[in-house]
Design a protein around this ligand. Structure first.
Ligand code: GLY
Length: 575
């Protein structure tokens, strides 16, 4: 219904363009009743609200949220990292993904993390300056402001600069993340000085101030991309990285560019899915798994049968991910085939409804490595513009290296490459050739910022969680498909299968004892996760009830906010 109305409007718009020669204004049918922001930190959500209240649109708010997260959630993302911004511009129904993924430096080599015997050196792709890819997030923020936002970059960055200068409060989650990475952080005096207290995670309530980062963000605000990728800051970044054993050159920073990519689009029942294309594997695996599930009788399935089907769909979609996916500038990714119904039908026809298929029984291939810590946020403005953004520094606190005087904590996204084909990385995962290291290549990602659209409902969602991101977004999508409220998408107990290792990882609440026994009887190997995982932040715009709701994952410390801004972001009517 909504799709048909939208198409009619676009036809009229095209007709007006031909005859009037101008971009027509759009009617207000797609105006949202409220704005919403859901992110992993209350200060970041508040930054988005501040910018929307100041007359910014969802894209300006995304800059504010991303930059604030870079300051107050340094273990998850940062301007030393990268990520993907999935955008929907309501005025012309334009969907696009801003690929701000990190890039391997020019001196990177396929074997750079191997020793003289060709074996991976533990930690080399994870800790220290050699582990860092060329950051993409600063370029992404500038691109958003220049091409999609309404406000000056300086305005959208102001909340983040304030939090960097004045400080933010250490929380229990910060302490846990810093606890994971204390040794690596202590290996770099600058990182330890900023983020630790006497070499240990600071006490709850400690104020962390980052004046160097405030100055770096102010440079970005003043000079745009040249404020980061050229000039004195670039010189300081490169000097710091090289002094720390890394291989960055000024030319690597100068040549970094974001890429505008067409999202992958699929359909599951009446839901249109818009998600992240390569170099993320997220959208393809999500759509492939949903296509497989469309080919089995999920509606008529009981709880055991349904869980079995979902696990088997995950297994097969993750297998294809391992074989085919990498940076599309270096690898031919058969996107159309992998997301086609015919491909999924062939897989579904081969799927036993009663028994787990051992992964070794599928055509062999090895899955690529993925990191574990990242952030996601969702934004909706009152014009109906949307952002789903998933951003990362990879491991908590990235590579734990900060070039002195910059405040830029660097990523270790280089570990998302396969350091050595078929050899496990720090997460025990192994990788395929399509994702081998090469100069200027972008490492394969699992980040899955997504939009879900039916004629009557719009969903915006995503989560951190390494390779488990995709299975979490899949479960969130099934929750959306079942008509559940947004609070349920983010809270639903999780389980995950990624082809190899051949096991189902599950949160304690996901499977009760009878379900466990039934799945084991079908041949599934179950592994209880030692902690809850994921941190999903989602928005639902229900056009039947004309309501917007939003939710932050109860596993995290995030906050979701829905309100009517003083200044509505609405484009005028054409008539
Ligand atoms: N570093 C996490 C991902 O890109 O999937």
């Amino acid at each position: 219904m909504r799709h048909r109305a939208r198409h009619a409007r676009l036809l009229i718009a095209a007709w007006l363009c031909l005859f009037v020669g101008a971009v027509p204004a759009r009617d207000t049918a797609d105006a949202a009743p409220s704005a919403a922001v859901a992110s992993a930190h209350p200060l970041a959500t508040a930054a988005g609200r501040e910018i929307l209240d100041a007359g910014g649109n969802a894209f300006d708010a995304a800059i504010a949220v991303a930059a604030a997260l870079a300051v107050v959630e340094p273990y998850s993302s940062g301007i030393g990292g990268g990520g993907f911004f999935l955008l929907h511009r309501a005025a012309d129904d334009h969907d696009v993904m801003i690929d701000a993924r990190e890039m391997a430096p020019g001196e990177a080599t396929r074997d750079m993390y191997l020793d003289a015997n060709g074996e991976p050196v533990r930690g080399r792709s994870m800790n220290g300056a050699l582990a860092a890819g060329i950051p993409g997030t600063p370029a992404g923020l500038v691109h958003l402001a220049e091409h999609y936002g309404r406000l000056p970059l300086a305005t959208s960055l102001a909340p983040a600069i304030r939090h960097a200068r004045d400080g933010f409060v250490v929380t229990p989650h910060y302490r846990i993340m810093a606890g994971f990475r204390t040794d690596a952080m202590n290996a770099n005096a600058e990182t330890a000085r900023i983020f630790l207290a006497h070499g240990a995670p600071p006490a709850d309530g400690t104020i962390v101030k980052q004046p160097d980062l405030a100055a770096t963000l102010a440079r970005l605000a003043a000079y745009g991309r040249d404020g980061f990728y050229a000039g004195p800051l670039a010189a300081r970044l490169v000097a710091g990285v090289r002094a720390g054993g890394g291989i960055w050159q000024l030319d690597d920073l100068a040549r970094y560019r974001v890429v505008e990519r067409a999202p992958v689009v699929g359909h599951y029942r009446d839901i249109r899915i818009v998600s992240a294309p390569p170099p993320s594997s997220g959208g393809i695996v999500l759509i492939e798994a949903l296509n497989i599930l469309e080919g089995v009788d999920l509606a008529g399935a009981d709880r055991v049968q349904r869980t079995h089907f979902v696990i088997e769909a995950m297994r097969r979609a993750y297998r294809d991910r391992a074989e085919y996916l990498g940076d599309p500038a270096f690898t031919d990714v058969p996107v159309a085939r992998l997301t086609s119904k015919t491909h999924a039908q062939a897989i579904a026809a081969d799927l036993s409804p009663a028994r787990a298929t051992p992964s070794t029984a599928l055509k062999p291939v090895a899955p690529p490595a993925q990191g574990d810590h990242t952030t996601h946020f969702s934004v909706l403005d009152t014009a109906g513009n949307r952002v789903a953004a998933t951003l990362s520094v990879n491991f908590p606190f990235g590579c734990a290296f900060t070039p002195p005087g910059t405040g830029v904590l660097l990523n270790n996204e280089m570990d998302d490459f396969s350091s050595k084909v078929m050899t496990p990385n720090g997460y025990g995962l192994v990788g395929a050739d399509a994702n081998a290291i090469a100069p200027y290549k972008r490492p394969l990602s699992s980040m899955t910022p997504s939009f879900l659209e039916t004629p009557e409902r719009i969903g915006i969602l995503g989560t951190p969680g390494g390779s488990r991101i995709i299975s979490m977004v899949l479960l969130g999508t099934l929750s959306f498909a079942a008509g559940e409220p947004v609070e349920r998408w983010v809270a639903t107990p999780r389980y995950h299968h990624q082809y190899l290792p051949d096991e189902v990882l599950f949160e304690p609440d996901a499977f009760d004892a009878p379900l466990r026994s039934a799945l084991e009887a079908r041949g599934h190997r179950l592994t209880l996760s030692n902690r809850d995982y994921g941190n999903m932040h989602a928005i639902l715009w229900d056009q039947r009830t004309h309501t917007v709701t939003a939710a932050s994952d109860p596993r995290g410390e995030g906050e979701a906010d829905v309100w009517v801004p003083a200044v509505r972001t609405v484009t005028p009517r054409a008539d």
